[in-house]
Design a protein around this ligand. Structure first.
Ligand code: SF4
Length: 146
């Protein structure tokens, strides 16, 4: 069963065909196909999507000088919101429903300043979740819905 780190358990629901390079995309799409059929195991650190990433150096993400620390913190927050621990198994369709419920907090604390946000904004699911957020009466913690 494929393994995904915390933030990938959320963000990959909004995957819409873009990635760092062809090898990364091919691997990612293969992993997502397997996850749809088999489910997914929550992981800490590099996962099955990080494998061929051009920014991975051994166990570290070198996307930026501070990326590894920031991404691990993001992973911890994601697992806590999803109420999952490393090693926990979950069905992808059920996880999507959980992502829907935690989306307001995730959006306010992570999407708002994320460099991949313009990519997620091409995802129908992301736009649908955000539309609901905009139409809900209360503002999300952390600021306006952009
Ligand atoms: S905008 Fe960034 S943090 Fe938000 S779901 Fe997309 S990739 Fe994840």
């Amino acid at each position: 069963m494929p393994k995904l780190r915390g933030h990938h358990l959320i963000c990959l629901h909004f995957y819409d065909g873009e990635g760092y390079d062809d090898g990364f995309i091919e691997n990612l799409e293969g992993v997502l196909k397997r996850i749809a059929a088999e489910g997914v195991v929550a992981a800490e650190g590099p996962d099955d999507v990080c494998g061929p990433c051009p920014h991975r150096r051994e166990e570290l993400c070198t996307y930026s000088r501070t990326a590894d620390r920031e991404i691990r913190e993001m992973d911890r927050k994601a697992l806590a919101l999803l109420r999952l621990s490393a090693g926990g198994k979950v069905d992808w369709a059920r996880l999507r429903n959980t992502v829907e419920t935690i989306f307001p907090e995730w959006y306010a604390t992570h999407c708002y300043l994320c460099s991949w946000r313009s990519v997620c904004e091409k995802s129908d699911l992301f736009l649908e979740f955000r539309r609901r957020l905009k139409s809900s009466s209360s503002s999300p913690p952390g600021g306006e819905v952009g």
